[in-house]
Structures are given as structure tokens and as C-alpha cells.
Design a protein. Structure first.
Length: 274
């Protein structure tokens, strides 16, 4: 985890999706699918929703597989399945090449390459690697400065933070988001803490960002980590509001700091953070 599989596929998806008739990015497949059919049905319905067929809702996995095959077999499709963890997820969301039209591409991220082998379809495998210094600096700056280069006064500080992130995209994103808009003195204080953490202890580097949250945002982070990973954002807000909280701003703060992910509908969180 933390090697940048999701970051890489998100960038690729945005770059090439315009080349396809139908495109869909399914984030957090493992979290959302869960152990019950309802989660898998939710993912099947999400793919089919991109066809913009009014009133179409599938109610069984078998119906979902038939609908995917029948409605997409003549279309050039791009589907990203992010964080796949079981063969059944592949079988229900991308059963075979015959489900999709000529020129389609199905991109799968997983920590278990044997899943792809056991799925018995032709595929090309790419193993994500630690980012080099130039790539790391660019990703960090996109989060810290909203551009691909550091501000002149922050150049040396940025290089130091990037070095301690060890080329891991998750660390670069979280630390960059945390430092965004802060004064040089705040960066220097953060670096003192980062340097006290061993190079290979990524969890404690990420904890620095959590420790600097306001108390109510820490509580919200823990609520999401324990109870709401893979939930629709509006449902989380509704539940917490019914409990007397006002979570909307806090959730947006956590998303901005890269401590929580949001794909437009569902809230998630990287395993290293939860």
C-alpha cells in the first residue's frame, strides 16, 4: 500500500477517457463490495449509470452481469477497477472480454497479481514502482503549491520533505496537502518532527498531519476510519447530523488534506491511514 497505484490509474484515466464511448472509474472496490451482495450490486449499478438509461436499477448480481454484457458489448469501454481483492469482484464487474466492445480497456489495481492470473483472461501487468526524485517533487508541489514547481522561498524545504517521503505517493500527497498555505516557520517545525521519524516508518510520518488537525476533525477522521469507509458521502453527513454533529466542513477539510478520498459519491481512506 502507498505505492501510488490509485494515483497512477487516476492520472491515466483522466488522460485517455475521452477516447472511449463509455468511461467509469470504480474506486475502493474492496471496501464498497464488502462481504454482502448489496455492495457488489452498488458497483454494477454505478458502471451501468454511465449509460444514462433512466430508471435502470438492477436487483441481482446475475441480472447485473447480463446487463453489463448486453449493454456494453458493442461499445468501446474504459473501466478502472481500483483495489480489487477477490476473484468474485472481477467475475461480477468484468467477467470476460466478450462483455465489452472492440478497443475496450479494463484497468485493474490489486495487491494480489494471482487474482489476474486466476481470472483466466489475457492481460498485461504493470508493477508500480517508487517514484524518482523529480516525479516525487512534482507530485508534492501539486499538493503543496497547486502547481508542478515549488515557490522559490520553499525550494530547499520542499526537497527535504520529498527526500523523507521516500518516493511514496501517499506520503507525498498527505504531507503536501498538510503544508499547503502554511508559513515557512510551520514547514520548519513540521520538518523537525519528520526528521525524528525513521526513514522507513511511513505511518508516523503520516500521523504528523493527523496530529495537527483540530479536535473535532480528529474525531471525524476516526469516525470515518472505523465506521464509514466505502459509504456515500451524503449518507455519512445525514447520519452524523442526526447525531447532532455538523460534519460537512470537516469532511471537506479531510479530503483537502488527502486524509480521506472522495470519488464524487463515496468516501474512502487508504489502509495505511486507517
Amino acid at each position: 500500500g502507498g505505492m501510488g497505484k490509485t494515483t497512477l490509474t487516476t492520472a491515466l484515466y483522466k488522460k485517455i477517457k475521452s477516447l472511449f464511448d463509455v468511461s467509469c472509474f470504480i474506486a475502493n472496490v474492496r471496501e464498497v463490495s464488502g462481504e454482502r451482495n448489496e455492495g457488489m450490486l452498488q458497483l454494477q449499478n454505478k458502471i451501468l449509470s454511465h449509460l444514462n438509461i433512466k430508471g435502470m436499477v438492477i436487483e441481482t448480481l446475475s441480472e447485473g452481469k447480463d446487463s453489463l454484457r448486453n449493454l456494453l458489448s458493442n461499445k468501446k469501454v474504459l473501466i478502472v477497477l481500483d483495489d480489487v481483492s477477490s476473484k468474485s469482484q472481477l467475475e461480477n464487474l468484468a467477467g470476460s472480454h466478450e462483455w465489452f466492445g472492440r478497443g475496450s480497456r479494463i484497468i485493474v489495481t490489486t495487491r494480489d497479481k494471482h487474482l489476474l492470473i486466476s481470472h483466466a483472461v489475457l492481460f498485461e501487468m504493470y508493477e508500480s514502482k517508487i517514484m524518482n526524485k523529480s516525479e516525487s517533487l512534482q507530485l508534492f508541489c501539486e499538493k503543496a503549491f497547486k502547481k508542478d514547481k515549488p515557490e522559490e522561498d520553499y525550494f530547499e524545504l520542499s526537497k527535504t520533505v520529498v527526500e523523507y517521503a521516500g518516493g511514496l505517493p501517499l506520503a507525498l500527497e498527505v504531507l503536501g496537502s498538510f503544508l499547503c498555505g502554511r508559513r515557512i516557520s510551520d514547514w520548519e517545525d513540521a520538518l523537525i518532527k519528520i526528521k525524528q521519524v525513521p526513514h522507513d516508518d511511513i505511518l508516523n510520518k503520516l500521523r504528523i498531519s493527523y496530529d495537527m488537525l483540530e479536535t473535532e476533525h480528529k474525531t471525524l477522521f476516526l469516525d470515518i476510519a472505523c465506521f464509514f469507509k466505502g459509504w456515500y458521502k451524503h449518507k455519512v453527513i445525514q447520519i452524523l447530523e442526526n447525531c447532532g454533529f455538523h460534519p460537512t466542513l470537516g469532511i471537506n477539510v479531510l479530503i483537502e488534506k488527502s486524509l480521506v478520498t472522495f470519488d464524487g459519491r463515496v468516501i474512502g481512506m487508504h489502509d495505511l491511514l486507517s
